[in-house]
Design a binder for this molecule. Structure first.
Ligand code: GTP
Ligand code: MG
Ligand code: ZN
Ligand code: ZN
Length: 370
């Protein structure tokens, strides 16, 4: 049975003929209730936190183009924990005719001594370097931080229709959910959010008390993000969900930092090098003997089918991070360092200005064992 009713969680058109396709809902549920309908996948995510395999794709960019023809403004969500991977590749082309507000999401995951304001200034410089100069509002959809300020910025604009765009898993649906939570009217529904990328599959619209209408959209899939190449269990470990894991290591050229199974960073000089590693809390950079690096990297999970490893030499200054897309980053203290980076082929890396300044790194060091 087909119906032109959309799932209120993910936007899929509801259907009850193919349990493996998007929008599946058992026939009785579709027939018995006309409002408030969500598909089986959203039901499972909302109630059990589980995702369901489904067949059938959708073209996120095409859906976003439809949304752009409706919207006057665009909210671009950037994931502070995976910043470079979360700047949509075609952003210049997508938003050139619209008022744009950039939202810097997940500031709750910063180490305690780094403020959201500092992260916002850092993001402004990073975007400026890419030729982008939007208003930037740091937020946490998890805590509600910055949401009122974002609403104030949007309300200053005459446009009422705002499309929320960004890469998968950046927090688009979470942003709309946290804006709905600020409403005086009780909200029965909100978009489905999940820790797995690819949750939202079509446009859904949400009206706020102030008259602003937000449209949620499917995420653009970035290239080169490790979390898109690993199995779902590993993705959940690698995507930061709690405060970042920060660890400080003094290492010689005969040792290296590794995230077992995924990456290694080895100093090439004979001097001691102080490296600071940043990852999600479930994994960490750990010190390893250089001759054991292949063993550490071979520690793969049975579910991941990663490409073969590739190596590159990178020079890092003390005010820079070596950021590995979808994994985390390493920064160096005191002196510049030549480093040998080993990562799976197809995973991107970027050398960038430090996100977390020396002051916060020093404080983090006091809390971490070496
Ligand atoms: N810690 C933290 N986690 C967040 C925040 N915002 C979103 N998340 C988490 O990020 C994950 C993705 O959130 P979603 O809102 O589903 O992301 P999305 O951009 O809509 O993803 P797609 O629909 O797959 O494109 C979920 O596990 C959220 O709980 C935040 O501010 N802080
Ligand atoms: Mg979503
Ligand atoms: Zn759904
Ligand atoms: Zn795995």
């Amino acid at each position: 049975m087909k119906a032109s009713i959309q799932c209120q969680g993910c936007g899929a058109f509801l259907q009850s003929h193919d349990p493996n396709a998007l929008g599946y809902i058992p026939r009785q549920a579709l027939e018995s209730r006309k409002g408030d309908l969500i598909c089986q996948r959203c039901y499972r995510i909302k109630h059990y936190g589980k995702d369901q395999e489904y067949s059938g794709g959708f073209d996120a960019e095409q859906i976003i183009l439809e949304g752009l023809s409706w919207a006057q403004g665009v909210v671009v969500i950037l994931d502070l924990m995976d910043f470079e991977a979360s700047v949509p590749r075609n952003i210049h082309r997508l938003v050139r005719k619209h008022q744009v507000v950039a939202v810097l999401n997940k500031v709750d995951l910063l180490p305690p001594r780094t403020t959201a304001g500092e992260a916002g200034l850092w993001a402004r410089r990073r975007l400026h370097a890419l030729g982008l100069d939007p208003d930037i509002v740091p937020v946490s959809c998890a805590t509600g931080y910055g949401i009122s300020e974002l609403l104030a910025v949007m309300n200053r604009s005459s446009g009422r229709n705002w499309l929320v765009i960004g890469v998968t898993n950046s927090g688009k649906s979470s942003l709309i959910t946290s804006m709905l939570k600020k409403q005086a009217r009780a909200q029965n529904h909100s978009p489905t959010t999940s820790m797995f990328p690819g949750t939202t599959v079509a446009l859904t619209r949400w009206e706020l008390d102030c008259g602003i209408v937000l449209a949620d959209s499917p995420g653009l899939v970035p290239k080169g993000r490790l979390t898109d190449l690993v199995c779902p269990d590993c993705a959940v470990k690698l995507i930061p969900a709690r405060r970042l894991n920060v660890s400080v290591h003094t290492i010689s050229s005969r040792s290296a930092l590794v995230v077992p199974g995924f990456a290694a960073v080895q100093p090439l000089s004979s001097r001691e090098t102080v490296l600071i590693g940043f990852t999600a809390s479930e994994v960490s950079w750990r010190r390893a003997n250089a001759d054991k690096i292949p063993n550490w990297l071979a520690q793969k999970c049975g579910g991941c089918q990663l490409p073969e490893l590739t190596q590159e030499e990178v020079t890092l200054n003390p005010n820079q991070d070596l950021y590995i897309h979808g994994l985390g980053w390493v920064s160096v203290r005191k002196d510049p360092a030549a480093l040998k980076l080993t990562i799976p082929k197809g995973v991107d890396h970027t050398v960038r200005d430090n996100m977390i300044g020396a002051k916060a790194q020093r404080v983090s060091r006091n809390f971490q064992s070496r």
